[in-house]
Design a protein around this ligand. Structure first.
Ligand SMILES: [Zn+2]
Ligand SMILES: [Zn+2]
Length: 129
């Protein structure tokens, strides 16, 4: 089990399963959503996500999916893919405890901001692998 929450804690959630496919993403949408680059993500099956708390979630359609965030504190909480509704992507920074996998690759490096440097040997992909 993995727990996560937004900055103000009004949105809390549990993932009843494993996270997988952890990665750093440098795409323009993720950079704006995260407010920095890279954004770091792991995937979970949508059916394993249970939401608690009284907070309201706003969903912004950025084209490929819905970028969800807390209406009180503005914290990104997860990404709902439109094409693959069975999958949600969770920003690693909102996860509080549990088995959180370290990113295994860099994706969309063609969009990497010039101020951003990569200092590891993980595989790099210019777009989505
Ligand atoms: Zn919040
Ligand atoms: Zn991205």
């Amino acid at each position: 089990m993995i727990h996560g929450s937004c900055l103000c804690k009004s949105i809390q959630f549990t993932i009843h399963g494993a996270l997988r496919a952890s990665r750093f993403c440098y795409c323009v949408h993720c950079t704006k959503y995260a407010g920095t680059s890279p954004a770091s993500w792991a995937m979970a099956e949508s059916a394993t996500l249970e939401v608690h708390g009284q907070g309201d979630i706003q969903k912004f359609n950025s084209g490929r999916g819905l970028r969800c965030f807390c209406t009180t504190c503005g914290c990104p909480v997860w990404f709902e893919s439109i094409e693959h509704a069975e999958i949600v992507a969770i920003p690693l920074g909102v996860l509080d405890d549990g088995d959180i996998p370290a990113p295994e690759m860099h994706i969309f490096t063609q969009s990497k901001p010039t101020w951003c440097r990569i200092h590891d040997d993980l595989p790099q992909h210019e777009t989505y692998p």
